[in-house]
Design a protein around this ligand. Structure first.
Ligand SMILES: C[S@@+](CC[C@H](N)C(=O)[O-])C[C@H]1O[C@@H](n2cnc3c(N)ncnc32)[C@H](O)[C@@H]1O
Length: 207
């Protein structure tokens, strides 16, 4: 059987109401990521969630007192439809991350459990760094599907979709080769045999 497109899977998940489960399962790691990205900031910032699902992180940031603009992009139309239903005045865009670019660049990019669905993660990350991020911007991603988390290795078979299995040092290298500096990684919320969500963070134009 041919592989399914990730966005088709997530369209079905949105219809089945499984987007709420993602919020529930991802929120502890996302809160750590947002603390890393936004916590130290004292000046205003704009924010994009790349692969936003039903937009829950976009809405979380909309309520941050320093956030001037918070938008979400996702390739699953049903996820974006749900986001707009929950928050009709919010900014949610239905597009493939590889083809979309904003008219003006943004300060902060966040992405949770998205980049490994791409055949070539470096291509999408380079596109985002080049076309979405302003000259002193920052990007953070979180993923649970990676080499050091052996329990995750069955996911592509389980879901019948492509997932790019890379290790921690591969992801760090991709961030660096995409034009980010001061790249750091850490694992958060480890529990029992789960080694934690892998978080990678980098800055543009600061070496
Ligand atoms: C595991 S979900 C995570 C959603 C959200 N970040 C969250 O934590 O709830 C992955 C998301 O990536 C989106 N996605 C996958 N491939 C994409 C692509 N090529 N362009 C845009 N979105 C994509 C899917 O539609 C899906 O909503």
């Amino acid at each position: 059987m041919s592989l399914k497109k990730a966005t088709d899977i997530f369209n079905a998940w949105a219809i089945a109401g499984k987007d709420d489960g993602m919020q529930k399962h991802h929120s502890a790691a996302v809160n750590v990521m947002l603390d890393t990205l936004v916590g130290p900031r004292t000046s205003k910032f704009s924010f994009i969630d790349a692969g936003c699902g039903n937009g829950w992180v976009v809405r979380q940031m909309e309520n941050h007192p320093l956030c001037t603009r918070s938008i979400g992009i996702d390739g699953a139309e049903e996820m974006i439809g749900k986001a707009k239903l929950i928050d009709p005045l919010g900014s949610y865009i239905h597009s493939d991350l590889l083809t979309w670019a904003p008219e003006e660049t943004f300060d902060l990019i966040h992405s949770m459990e998205v980049f490994y669905y791409f055949n070539n993660p470096k291509k999408v990350i380079s596109h985002i760094v080049k076309n979405w991020l302003n000259e002193r911007g920052e990007m953070i991603m979180g993923i649970d599907f990676y080499k050091e988390n052996s329990k995750s290795h069955s996911w592509p078979n389980d879901l019948n979709t492509h997932m790019e299995l890379l290790g921690i040092s591969d992801w760090v290298e991709i961030f660096e080769e995409s034009g980010l500096t001061q790249v750091t990684s850490f694992q958060t919320n480890a529990k029992n045999d789960f080694p934690g969500t892998l978080v990678v963070h980098g800055m543009k134009g600061k070496s």
